[in-house]
Design a protein around this ligand. Sequence first.
Ligand SMILES: [Zn+2]
Length: 91
Amino acid sequence: MVEIRETRTKTITETITVDTKCDICDKSIQESLYETLEMEISIKEGVNYGSDGAHGTETEVDLCSDCFKNKLLVWLKEEHNVNPRVREYDY
Ligand SMILES: [Zn+2]
């Protein structure tokens, strides 16, 4: 009996957690199972073509909570008199 084997290429996409570091102090930005830390500082600039798509750039920075609170927020308040909105969440 002749065995015929077929060879296929299988592409596997694996999601891994990459250690993100703060762009100011170089500290690791980590989130534990019970502690949430979500921060996104970015700007999207471009053109939207409706259902035909869009094109543009997204500029972003990674900041740890210490640099966000003690550097960025302090700078915004002291230099530009900005008071951030603070929203509570509970679910
Ligand atoms: Zn930092």
